[in-house]
Design a protein around this ligand. Structure first.
Ligand SMILES: Nc1ncnc2c1ncn2[C@@H]1O[C@H](COP(=O)(O)OP(=O)(O)OP(=O)(O)O)[C@@H](O)[C@H]1O
Length: 490
């Protein structure tokens, strides 16, 4: 094995050349080195496979006939380990079969030996290197984009969610109290966690408390702790969540449900930075950042006298409003794929995606339970399905009819969707109904229906297939044109 010195041409790709024929190996390596490529030349197929695993290799030029490991096996091995490497095969036996086999196995192109001119070698490598560079750029762009669609564990690409990400980033650098408002399942706890884990407190505890899940006495004792004998059942001294979260963050979910007496205690923590255990005389200093969340309108609760005004203002230093999912349908496909990835990995299943109509049905749903409901729907679909691509029948009842059943689109509220999306749905509904009516009129004869519509027959059949108009329930054509009438079925 020999390796030429690396050429300092910065934009040039790194090419691996593998051939047991020393003369060819030297000739190809010399041509490519002269062209400014970094070249690694190797005279053994097994060693070539090891060398190809180097992530800096962009293109591999392989002889098809070598001892130990054939060029075809080497090609397969390289593609299995590094599917992004562009491979060019060299064959002395220019048969169509070997070339086709190589391309089928993932080769970019092939060269026939002896080379007619050296330009052929350098041009083929140049094209392969260009393709590799293009793919690398596309992948980098994709990664950058997906990084922008994800912020900590929060996924979203809508302008509303991007604004939330920005706000979270800003507030995580301060210690100000934050109030997160949003319907149930919109991701309030996720936002609170994102703030904590981006803040300087990230190595200290994050404690989440659901204030509506505990009775009044228990809530007090859990939040502030208690001393032995302070109430029935208090058989020992106990630290509360505030003391446990010292140095970190406490997340008070459903803050609107906190009873008046607890509101007073909370105010004290926020004002004085100290807690008094239930039954204790002396307060304890704590350094805790408070993030509260509510799904009820807290300012209305304040106006109605159900929530203390002073506490409201203490909590409401910075407000983050999480929009309901139905107001940001552009996040649905992204979230859907995010959960699909999550739950297929969990279930160890191979489910690669959704049919367009399933995605549309998901996008148009009203999602009263917001992201939590969407997450549950995807988890359920992944667990129950035996398919690789999920369709509407993998979704709960109700998803089958909504967007693709044209007859229902008028009653199906489109008002929560952006104009372009609502229009597209309405158009689809119209097309489906039009095709159904047209076929009825022409006794399910595709040829005459296409003629009457003024649409080319093959395009017309494509439309039928797309909208699945000619379903099993359709009657057979009476004029014997059975094929035409029912080809689109199934
Ligand atoms: N933007 C998002 N990206 C990814 N997952 C999300 C997003 N929003 C919510 N989720 C997921 O949805 C579920 C509900 O989120 P979370 O518990 O944060 O909502 P919540 O608003 O606090 O709900 P509740 O008011 O009922 O407590 C969680 O499993 C969470 O991971």
């Amino acid at each position: 094995m020999s390796s030429s010195p690396t050429t300092p041409a910065p934009k040039r790709a790194k090419v691996l050349v593998v051939d047991d024929d020393q003369i060819v190996l030297k000739a190809v390596s010399t041509i490519l080195t002269r062209e400014g490529y970094q070249v690694v030349s190797i005279d053994d197929a097994v060693e070539g496979l090891t060398a190809a695993k180097d992530p800096s290799i962009d293109v591999a030029v392989l002889d098809i006939k070598m001892p130990n490991l054939s060029g075809m096996d080497l090609l397969r091995g390289i593609k299995a380990a590094r599917s992004d490497v562009e491979v060019i095969m060299m064959t002395a036996f220019a048969t169509v079969e070997t070339a086709v086999e190589a391309v089928k196995a993932g080769a970019y192109d092939y060269l026939t030996k002896p080379f007619e001119n050296i330009d052929e070698v350098s041009m083929t490598v140049a094209k392969a290197a260009e393709r590799k560079a293009l793919r690398d750029r596309a992948r980098a762009l994709e990664e950058a984009l997906s990084a922008r669609n994800q912020f900590e564990d929060l996924v979203g690409q809508s302008s509303q969610m991007r604004a939330v990400f920005k706000l979270v980033e800003t507030v995580s650098h301060s210690t100000a109290t934050v109030l997160i408002q949003g319907e149930s399942g919109t991701g309030k706890e996720l936002v609170a966690r994102a703030i904590h884990y981006r803040s300087a407190r990230k190595d200290k505890p994050f404690i989440a408390v659901n204030c509506s899940a505990l009775t009044d006495t228990l809530l007090d004792a859990e939040l502030f702790g208690h001393v032995k004998g302070s109430f029935t059942g208090a058989t020992y001294n106990k630290k509360g969540f505030f003391e446990a979260a010292d140095g970190g963050t406490i997340f008070l979910d459903e803050i609107g449900d906190v009873p008046p007496a607890t509101q007073v205690r909370l105010l004290r923590v926020l004002q004085e930075g100290e807690v008094k255990r239930v039954g204790a005389n002396e307060p304890v200093k704590v350094d805790v950042r408070v993030i509260a969340a509510t799904h009820v309108d807290l300012s209305r609760a304040k106006e109605e006298g159900k929530f203390r005004e002073d506490l409201f203002y203490r909590l409401n230093v910075i407000t983050i409003d999480l929009p309901p999912l139905r107001e940001r349908p552009e996040d649905v496909p992204l979230l859907t794929h995010h959960f699909l990835k999550l739950y297929t990995a969990k279930a160890g299943k191979r489910v690669t995606g959704f049919t367009p109509r399933a995605l549309e049905a998901l996008t148009c749903n009203r999602w009263t339970g917001n992201v939590r409901e969407l997450e549950n729907v995807i988890e359920r679909a992944v667990v129950l399905t035996s398919k690789e691509v999920l369709d509407t029948d993998d979704l709960p009842p109700g998803f089958q009819e909504a967007p693709q059943a044209g007859a229902q689109v008028e009653v199906f509220s489109l008002a929560h969707l952006p104009y372009a999306q609502a229009k597209r749905l309405a158009m689809r509904a119209f097309e489906r109904r039009y095709l159904t009516a047209l076929l009825e009129k022409h006794n399910h004869n595709v040829s005459s229906a296409a003629r009457a519509a003024g649409v080319d027959r093959s395009n017309f059949r494509r439309l039928l297939k797309q909208y699945e108009v000619a379903g099993r329930s359709m009657k057979r054509s009476k004029d014997g044109d059975d094929d035409d009438a029912l080809d689109a079925a199934s």
